[in-house]
Design a protein around this ligand. Structure first.
Ligand SMILES: [Zn+2]
Length: 493
């Protein structure tokens, strides 16, 4: 009887262990989507959701898909040497799990030690890797996942790391400095091509891109001067939206060993640097549409897919409330803005370049056309606001110079004076306030769903995020190896 009892107990234990190992296996994230809304704090998400509700004349919030995820966390974002971080240090933290100094890309603070990203570890375990960004693909956030450089501005050197990464898919923006800012040869395009990447630069090439092409670099057909995709609000049917790059990445990378896809919506940050809530909201919606592609995949592979959405830092010090509107909000006003502040600035400059159009009435006509500010049928301007616009017109056309540097910074930052002022007035009248043209140290949200999502609950540091992703994937990130050595492991496999 006694021995039978032990055997029964033993077999029960074996069964329990087997069940446990099966459940942990089932919870392992084989497919990982790592979304980063650059500059996307809690206020950015909430303002977008309130603006979506206001579009339908509702109060409150129309929730985006990712803010309905079952698990949420809050992360601190500070750099090793500064409370208010930058995208390079924050990107390195989110990629490698290590704090570093401002401007480092995948390097420690002293530039003595390379820091490898979770993407490298995923690749070394046989997963396919995709890196996507709506800004240039050599920009700080995407670069932190594949490059090791002392300075984020080493764009050409970063693109050398991209070519050497052997990652399977890059998508979104182009290169910030294809010739290294001079006449460097080979160009960044040639570097990628020589490394075996199939490059698509038109819509037709993008549409026919299939896994048969092998490693690919899929670039948006229309790029700004800095190699970024246009703002979502300014995109037309000729542009490829961020969601289409995620859809393509899934198609290119789907395989039995799994994949790791990092997708950055980088222009949320640019819109917030410009204090342009409308452009920001359109780009956050573009991020949500990209997340929708991941959710569709998740529904087909719910036990093996992890989706996280987070941010590298908050930008702009956005608040839902303004001194002049007190307890009221008028967010439906924001529907009257037709283009991004950046696009408005370009339009205004091209108009003022014609001497007979360079006058104050034209400035007011433009502000009315693109923001619906002023005139009898537009949003009423106070005398103070009218004077602010007149002053800004004179500054932006160099007819007036403000010597007080603090006043210049407070009013216009580094932006086009008229565009910044029109945008600021509309934002404030709607009940939104911005405290800075830079980043802030406010903590940012993490949203998670799927295999291993439970690890992402609570308040923690940005360096914990990739460690939690690794935990969910069942991999370790502790080896200190240069990326070249990790590549050898891949080749050995
Ligand atoms: Zn950033």
């Amino acid at each position: 009887m006694k021995s039978f009892g032990i055997t029964l107990k033993h077999s029960f234990l074996v069964l329990l262990l087997l069940l446990l190992s099966l459940t942990t296996e089932a919870q392992r994230a084989k497919y990982v989507f790592y979304f980063i809304g650059d500059g996307m704090g809690l206020a950015q998400v909430a303002a977008t959701e309130a603006m979506l509700a206001a579009r339908h004349n509702n109060d409150g919030f129309d929730h985006l898909n990712f803010s309905k995820f079952p698990v949420t966390g809050i992360i601190t974002t500070h750099a090793a040497n500064r409370l208010v971080t930058g995208s390079a240090a924050a990107g390195t933290a989110l990629a490698s799990g290590h704090k570093t100094n401002i401007n480092r890309i995948g390097m420690n603070g002293d530039n003595t030690e390379p820091l490898n990203s979770i993407a490298y570890y995923a690749k070394a375990r046989g997963k396919k890797v995709g890196i996507i960004s709506s800004v240039s693909i050599d920009h700080a956030t995407p670069a932190a996942f594949y490059a090791h450089r002392p300075d984020r501005n080493d764009y050409y050197e970063i693109s050398q790391d991209l070519a050497a990464s052997n990652f399977d898919f890059f998508g979104g923006g182009g290169f910030a400095k294809p010739n290294g800012g001079g006449d460097k040869s080979p160009t960044t395009w040639e570097l990628a091509q020589n490394a075996g990447y199939t490059i698509t630069r038109t819509r037709a090439q993008f549409d026919t891109l299939s896994p048969a092409a092998g490693k690919a670099l899929a670039v948006a057909p229309r790029l700004g001067g800095s190699g970024a995709m246009p703002y979502a609000i300014d995109q037309t049917a000729d542009d490829i939206p961020l969601a289409a790059f995620v859809e393509k990445a899934i198609r290119m990378l789907h395989n039995d060993h799994g994949f790791f896809i990092m997708c950055e919506e980088g222009k949320i940050d640019w819109a917030c640097h410009a204090n342009d809530a409308v452009a920001m909201a359109y780009n956050i919606e573009a991020l949500a549409q990209a997340v929708a592609q991941a959710l569709e995949f998740y529904q087909q592979h719910p036990d093996e897919t992890l989706i996280i959405v987070t941010a590298d830092h908050e930008t702009g010090g956005l608040a839902l409330g303004h001194a002049l509107t007190r307890y009221d909000s008028y967010l439906s006003m924001l529907t009257s803005q037709k283009v991004s502040m950046e696009r408005f600035a370009a339009i205004a400059d091209s108009v003022f370049a014609i001497p007979e159009h360079n006058h104050p009435d034209m400035a007011m006509a433009l502000v009315h056309k693109y923001y619906k500010l002023g005139n009898d049928d537009g949003i009423q301007l106070t005398d103070r606001e009218y004077n602010l616009l007149q002053d800004a017109y004179l500054v932006s056309t160099q007819q007036k110079k403000i010597d007080d540097k603090d006043a210049m910074r407070l009013h216009y930052g580094h932006e086009h004076a008229l565009a910044a002022t029109a945008t600021r007035i509309l934002n404030n009248k709607a009940g939104l306030a911005w405290t800075t043209w830079s980043h802030t140290a406010s903590p940012v949200p993490v949203y998670a769903i799927g295999a291993g999502a439970e690890h992402f609950s609570g308040v923690y540091d940005n360096t914990d995020v990739p460690k939690k992703v690794a935990q969910a994937m069942g991999i370790k990130m502790e080896e200190k190896k240069r990326s070249e050595e990790i590549e050898l492991i891949i080749i050995d496999k």
